[in-house]
Design a protein around this ligand. Sequence first.
Ligand code: ADP
Length: 538
Amino acid sequence: MKAKEYLLVVDDDRDFLETIRRILGGKGYEVTMVASAAEALERLEERFYNAAVLDISLPDADGTELLTRILELNPDIVAIMLTGHSSVQSAVRSLNRGAFAYLEKPLDPDNLLSVIGRGLERQRLILENRQLVEELERHNHITNTLLSVSQAAAQSLDLGQITAAALQQLARSTGLEASFVYLNEGGSLKLRGHHGLPARLRDALPAEIGPAGGVIRRIFDNAMPVICEDLSTFRDAELGFLRHGGYRSFAGVPLASLGESIGVLGVATSFARYFSAINIDLLLGVGREIAIAVRNAQLYEEASSARALRELDTMRTELLANVSHELRTPLAVIKGSASSLLQPDVIFDDETRREFLTSIDKDADTLTRLVDDLLMMSRLEAEALDVTRQRHKLGDVITAIRERLNSITSHHRLRVEIPEELPAVPLDEGRIGEVITNLVENAVKYCEDDTDITIDAHSGDKEIILSVTDAGSGIPPELHAKVFERFFQGCSLQNGRRKGTGLGLAICQGIIEAHGGRIWVESQPGQGARFSFSLPLE
Ligand code: ADP
């Protein structure tokens, strides 16, 4: 059904008004008659009129002046001026000012109806057109916002960065002042991003929402938006902080990807009834874009850890082969030496007996170290490594292991350059001693005899740094991080020395990190290596 059309007729001639009522009334228009300009303006304030028929000479105003006022109040009105023969000139002026047509009195009813009909048709087209343009602009806005949010979110695979970029872009595109994102992690909703909230309100956002949560939980569980146009009437305790922070409207939408709800996007503004103006579809769309980016990142992470697990598994298999080999070699020596000594029919001289016993002793030590490494590694993996820290000077730690260092480096020149004035640091003396011994052992393993191995240390603002420098084969930069991985073994073994387990540096890293420090290497192939670790002063 066509919407009713309202006409206003302004003329001070009562008989004429009566004639007009007869002509227009029968055509289904809703007609209001007034006799003065003042009354006409009053009516126009009250409601929207589609058309106005105005006499050009009114008792209280000039018709063209009235036309100007009417057009100010309602620029879309179809204004038709009525004129006597004498005032045609002012009627033409009215056309210039925005009237749709002018008609001369006495009126031809058919002519009047046809002019009104044409005017209203034109108005319908203009209004429809405008609506289409507005619709188009709204769609453009939605598309642009979605595009910009999805582009911002796709810049990273880090969950924190995804939500931060998406919320920032949402604020930029829509002017929405505050927003936050919760993501489902193991059944709990965890706060994973927020934008625009002042610090005191940020702290009021629950970090985690369990199964018995309030409105945010409901949005997630039902996968349905919740719109609150007036927070002052909203009694959900969870959103009380928004009300106290001066926000007046809130909307929450589920973050959904492929039909699966993965979290909640909440937005708030200080305007009341804001969300009737903004399309909720837009927020749902933004929720979808964020959900897709988050899901991608989660899948990527899952794929990476699956890959890492596979790599670890391969390394373990290699290690098992390696470890059994490592165990077998010293065991074979021990068994061989012991069996020889036990032969009843052979009598060995003292020197030979001593050689057998020395081999047994040395290889038993090797076995002990290997088993210790494996035990230490399993403790590190179970995060059960305990360090007992007490203030010690690094010089004293070195003194405690000096004898062992001297024996390891018997074919090298060991230099220890630890300044006496270095402050004491909280450390586990035994464990840090193991780290230094391990680094020196490696230096020996990967260096020619008669080369220098230097231990030096210096203190910075907040930490002490100790380095072990050698002049050996060095390590290419692409392996600098890898050498600290469990079971990693390079192939740059020198001097035909025994293969290790690939656990030494991983253990060192575990011990140093348990102290709150870092460990790293600087090296170029063929130019030696410098392994350093830091220990925090406090
Ligand atoms: P392992 O020495 O038992 O193989 P590590 O964890 O101690 O295990 O070392 C891992 C790898 O790092 C070694 O296999 C070796 O390739 C490399 N590496 C360690 N220290 C040095 C060094 N001082 N010079 C050259 N390469 C080294």
